[in-house]
Design a protein around this ligand. Structure first.
Ligand SMILES: [Zn+2]
Ligand SMILES: [Zn+2]
Length: 403
C-alpha cells in the first residue's frame, strides 16, 4: 500500500471565534502556503463550518471540521466531529467523559499547546487537566505557533511526548499554528504531513458530510442514502437522526438540515475521502511535521516487507540488525520554504536515546543503514540543520513502534 504525504494545518480560527479571517480567506492563505487541507478549530463553536463545502470546492483546500474545546483548565483540539459537544463546563475530573463523546462520533482529540503561558496572558492555555489514561488522547500539538522549533514551551511539549512514548503510549505528535490571521507569516510556518493511505482509508461520512438529498446526482434518494450508510462506518444510519420517519424522509432532512451537507456528485466525493484518509492517518500516527522538507523513516523487514511511520514492527531477536531507510523529501511543499545548501542531519531517536545520526542532502536524500534494535520500542527521525538563520530541528517524524 502506498501512502501519499499531504501537508495540513490542523489548528485554525475564523471570525466565528477570535480569528480575524473568514473561512474563505483562511483557505486561500492555506492554498498559497501549499497546504492540502486545514482543520477549522474555532473556540467552542462550529458555526464557521457552515460554508465548508463551497469554500473547499472553490479553494481546492480540504477543510476538516473541528473545534477547540476551550476551558479554564486547558485547550483540547477535536477533529472530525459531526456534532457540537459542549464541554465548557467540564470539570477537571470529567475530561474523559468529553473525550469519549468525541470518539463516539469517530473524531480525534489532541492537546493544544500544553505549555503555553496561561492566565492572564491566555486564559486556560496551560494544560492542567488530569489525564488519567493517556491512551484516550490521540495526539499532542508539540509544536505550536510560528517558528515552533525555537520556542521553549514547545521543547517542553516535545519532551512530554517523548516521555509518553517511553512509557509505552502510542500517541501522535502534530504542529499547529493556532492560525488567527491570514496575513503573510513573518516567521517560518510548519505543517503536519499526514500519510494518506490509498484505498485503505474509508470515507469520513459524518453528519456534516454529504447529504443525500441536497444536490443529488441522478440517484434516487433511497440509493443515495444507502451509499452514504455504506461509506464510512462512521456514517450516520438513515434512521438515527429522524424521529421514526421512513428512510427517504430522514435522508432528505439530513441533507437539508444544516446547510452543511455536501451534495452528492459534487467534488465532495474525493474530498470526503481525503478527510477520512487524514483522520485515519493521524489516528494511526502516520504523521510527520516540518517547516521545510519532509523527513521520512522506514523499516525493511527481513522478509522483504516494509513498514513506515506509525506502523508496528515485530522484531526477531535472531534477525538483527534491521535495515532502516531514512530520507528527506525535498519536493514536499517545495517553493514554500527556504533552506540554504547544506548537509542536513537526520537523527534516529528512540527509547534508548539517539541510535544514529545520518547525513543527508539534496544530492543524497536517502540512505539505508543497519541498526541493532534490541530493546528498542520506538524510533523517530529528527531533522536538524540551519533554518531561518539558526541551527534547529527543522522537522520530525512520528514513531515507528517495535514489539
Ligand atoms: Zn488554544
Ligand atoms: Zn486555538
Amino acid at each position: 500500500m502506498t501512502d501519499k504525504w499531504l501537508p495540513f494545518e490542523l489548528h485554525c480560527h475564523t471570525y466565528h471565534s477570535d480569528g480575524k479571517q473568514s473561512l474563505a480567506e483562511l483557505a486561500a492563505a492555506a492554498k498559497a502556503l501549499g497546504l492540502s487541507g486545514v482543520a477549522l478549530t474555532d473556540h467552542n463553536t462550529m458555526t464557521g463550518l457552515a460554508d465548508r463545502d463551497n469554500v473547499a470546492e472553490q479553494s481546492g483546500v480540504e477543510i476538516i471540521p473541528g473545534l477547540e474545546w476551550t476551558t479554564f483548565f486547558g485547550h483540547m483540539l477535536t477533529l472530525g466531529i459531526r456534532e457540537y459537544v459542549d464541554w465548557r463546563n467540564l470539570s477537571p475530573f470529567h475530561l474523559h467523559r468529553g473525550i469519549e463523546g468525541v470518539h463516539r462520533q469517530g473524531g480525534l482529540v489532541g492537546i493544544a499547546h500544553p505549555f503555553r503561558v496561561g492566565s492572564p496572558m491566555c486564559t486556560g492555555c496551560y494544560w492542567e487537566f488530569e489525564v488519567s489514561d493517556w491512551n484516550a488522547v490521540d495526539y499532542i500539538e508539540v509544536w505550536s505557533g510560528l517558528f515552533p522549533s525555537i520556542r521553549r514551551n514547545n521543547a517542553r511539549a516535545f519532551a512530554l511526548w517523548t516521555e509518553l512514548l517511553n512509557r509505552g503510549y502510542r500517541i501522535a505528535a502534530t504542529s499547529g499554528r493556532d492560525w488567527h490571521v491570514s496575513d503573510p507569516a513573518s516567521e517560518p510556518v510548519s505543517a503536519t504531513f499526514l500519510g494518506i493511505r490509498e484505498g485503505g482509508a474509508g470515507e469520513w461520512g459524518g453528519g456534516l458530510a454529504r447529504g443525500a438529498g441536497s444536490a443529488g446526482g441522478d440517484d434516487g434518494e433511497g440509493a443515495s442514502c444507502e451509499r452514504e450508510g455504506d461509506a464510512g462506518g462512521l456514517a450516520r444510519g438513515a434512521g438515527s437522526a429522524s424521529g421514526g420517519d421512513g428512510e427517504g424522509a430522514s435522508c432528505e432532512r439530513e441533507g437539508g438540515a444544516g446547510g452543511l451537507a455536501r451534495g452528492a456528485g459534487s467534488a465532495g466525493g474525493d474530498n470526503a475521502g481525503l478527510i477520512g484518509g487524514a483522520l485515519d492517518a493521524l489516528r494511526h500516527g502516520r504523521a510527520a511535521v516540518s517547516m521545510g522538507p519532509l523527513p521520512l523513516l522506514g523499516v525493511l523487514a527481513a522478509d522483504g516487507s516494509r513498514a513506515g511511520i506509525g506502523d508496528t514492527v515485530a522484531l526477531q531477536r535472531e534477525r538483527q540488525p534491521v535495515v532502516i531507510t531514512a530520507g528527506i523529501d525535498f519536493d514536499a511543499r517545495a517553493g514554500h520554504w527556504e533552506l540554504p545548501e547544506q548537509q542536513l542531519q537526520l537523527k534516529l531517536v528512540g527509547n534508548l536515546g539517539e541510535m544514529a545520526d545520518v547525513a543527508l542532502s539534496r544530492q543524497k536524500p536517502q540512505t539505508e543503514l543497519r541498526l541493532d534494535l534490541s530493546g528498542v520500542r520506538w524510533l523517530r527521525g529528527e531533522l536538524h540543520g540551519v533554518f531561518g538563520h539558526v541551527r534547529t530541528m527543522i522537522g520530525f517524524t512520528n514513531a515507528i513502534y517495535f514489539t
